[in-house]
Design a binder for this molecule. Structure first.
Ligand code: GLN
Length: 205
């Protein structure tokens, strides 16, 4: 079964997620309106600029429908700006930025600081047993607090940000500070697509 996975297409690196999802056996579709959101088995929130995406979610009337679908258990994956949007609480953002509360966590935006705007590292991610994942961070957030029921999947292995949480999952909702969509390593997307497929198959029974 090829699940239909939406990519929130308001701003950000939508195209990269499209190709990764397609290669993982999903049918990606753009989501810009409520009717499109209603038709997907899962949703990717891309990297980009979280405050811009937040504003556009309001303009396009998607904020409440998306919150509702997440409450109803919609599987979702957010990378970087997408992680910020999925958080319950965001530090260092604009006061009018909206949160989707898909994951009970506090995220600090642009956390790595100006000197290290962008960097790459290899890190171990729980659930991926066949070697570390190449993680590309671009003005990335990190996670400062997770609630009960949130699994920490990866931390920065070394350097000034050693130990900072950069990948988490709560139920069907997955988030990474980094951008698996730009590396050609499809394992994170595959993990997400598999979870969407499992849920779509079991709810069809
Ligand atoms: N700094 C961006 C934000 O606040 C996120 C950067 C990214 O998605 N690469 O939304």
């Amino acid at each position: 079964m090829r699940p239909t996975i939406g990519v929130l297409a308001l701003q950000g690196d939508v195209r990269e997620h499209f190709s990764a999802l397609r290669e993982c056996g999903a049918d990606p579709v753009s989501v810009r309106r409520e009717s499109e959101l209603a038709a997907v088995d899962g949703l990717v929130l891309p990297g980009g600029e979280s405050t811009a995406i937040s504003k556009l979610l309001e303009v396009f009337g998607l904020l409440e429908p998306l919150r509702q679908r997440l409450r109803d258990g919609l599987p979702a994956f957010g990378s970087c700006a997408g992680m910020i949007l999925l958080a319950r609480e965001v530090l260092d953002t604009r006061p009018d930025a909206q949160s989707l509360s898909g994951i009970d966590m506090t995220v600090r935006r642009n956390a790595f600081g100006r000197q290290v705007d962008s960097f790459e590292t290899d890190l171990d991610l729980t659930g991926l047993d066949d070697g570390p994942v190449r993680a590309v961070f671009i003005r990335a957030p990190w996670v400062e607090r997770v609630g009960d029921g949130v699994d920490v999947l990866a931390r920065v292995p070394s350097g000034p940000a050693e130990g900072k949480i950069v990948a988490v999952r709560q139920g069907n909702v997955l988030a990474t500070s980094f951008h698996p969509e730009v590396t050609g390593d499809l394992r994170v997307h595959r993990m997400f697509v598999d979870s969407v497929r499992e849920r779509a198959v079991s709810s069809a029974r």
